[in-house]
Design a protein around this ligand. Structure first.
Ligand SMILES: Nc1ncnc2c1ncn2[C@@H]1O[C@H](COP(=O)(O)OP(=O)(O)OP(=O)(O)O)[C@@H](O)[C@H]1O
Ligand SMILES: [Mg+2]
Length: 334
């Protein structure tokens, strides 16, 4: 995998360019910085950019996801431990703060830290001091903290879930990444970028481009998973179109989308089930027809209303499908 130092930050919307400018400015400061944004907006990439643009660029850039570890493990990961400090601690182990000395420490999802860890982090920020778990010596470090979260830290601080004094210190500068839906100008350049990269990975000489319809689909989607979701959708589209030299026309947003996807029973289905009860009149024909209509509609949608594909998808001939569509007056759904 290429290092984050080499990964370009793509985007040309005014809001994104503004963020890039702030990133360059904040990189020069020797102060903590917070990167905030919805999932998949590029927080980790921006944190790396801050480090590599900073005067610390040739020193370590160390990362830790605070949500991935239980409290006691997080503490030893961050601050290290002395030999014999707990069962299994055979040797002294340096924590991420010491490993990041003179460089930057990226604390991801830092809203998920305990009171105790927050207190120790605050002390490192204020005095550059820490003690390893099980140790008495005070160790001096010089680390720049870059924190990231997709949570509302001020609200958490108000609820007593996050130390307000730590928040104050961390938030010397705050960079908030806008969600993708707020910067539509970035969608197609990002899509093109990921498509070209994916084509290269698949050994193709060039990327065949997106059809107008595909571009419209990409532009009209809300991207709740932001850039990460866009990357996945585009890579899947390039991969699916492998061997086809025409511009990409099909975009699948939800790979789980299928008429046969197992679903939890809905209230409606439960009611249907109840009408199976013996002794009750039951309209068998209507029941089957309703199921047929549901299936046809879902398949049409899945195949983006391409009838040839829909027929293939349903294992019937084109003429059979046309027959069904006429029977149920679904031909409008084109
Ligand atoms: N502006 C951008 N240009 C190019 N690639 C980007 C950009 N923004 C994000 N990406 C890519 O999108 C993916 C998600 O980005 P990243 O991991 O930085 O998001 P995040 O905000 O940290 O997400 P999470 O909150 O889920 O941890 C990564 O593959 C990253 O390389
Ligand atoms: Mg992240």
């Amino acid at each position: 995998m290429e290092s984050q130092q080499e990964q370009p930050l793509i985007g040309e919307s005014p809001v994104f360019l503004e963020v890039l400018e702030r990133v360059s400015r904040v990189a020069q400061l020797n102060r903590p910085v917070l990167v905030i944004g919805e999932r998949g907006t590029g927080k980790e990439l921006v944190a790396a950019r801050i480090h590599y643009l900073s005067p610390r660029w040739d020193r370590p850039f160390v990362k830790l996801n605070c949500a991935a570890l239980a409290e006691s493990l997080l503490e030893t990961e961050l601050f290290g431990h002395e030999a014999g400090s707990f069962t299994g601690a055979v040797r002294r182990r340096l924590g991420r703060f010491e490993l990041a000395n003179e460089g930057s420490l990226f604390l991801d999802e830092l809203s998920n830290t305990s009171e105790r860890v927050q207190e120790k982090v605050l002390r490192v920020i204020e005095y550059g001091e820490l003690e390893r778990v099980g140790g008495n010596d005070t160790i001096l470090t010089d680390v720049r903290i870059i924190g990231a979260t997709n949570e509302d830290l001020p609200a958490l601080a108000e609820e007593g879930q996050f130390r307000p004094d730590l928040l104050d210190r961390l938030a010397f500068d705050v960079i908030t990444l806008p969600p993708l839906r707020e910067r539509p100008e970035d969608i197609l350049p990002l899509a093109e970028h990921f498509a070209v990269k994916m084509s290269g990975e698949l050994g193709l000489d060039l990327f065949q481009g997106f059809s107008e319809r595909a571009r419209n689909l990409l532009m009209d989607y809300a991207w709740p998973g932001n850039v990460r979701e866009l990357k996945n959708v585009v890579e899947r589209a390039v991969y699916t179109a492998l061997g086809d030299e025409r511009p990409i026309a099909d975009i699948v947003f939800d790979p789980f989308d299928s008429p046969w996807r197992p679903r939890p029973a809905t209230a409606d289905e439960a009611a249907d089930g109840a009408s199976w009860a013996p002794g009750k009149p039951y309209d068998f024909k209507q029941f089957i027809q309703d199921r047929e209509i549901d299936l046809l509609k879902a398949a049409l949608e899945q195949c983006r209303f391409n009838q040839k594909k829909t027929a293939e998808y349903l294992g019937m001939t084109y003429h059979q499908l046309r027959g069904y569509l006429r029977k149920y007056e679904l031909t409008d759904a084109e």
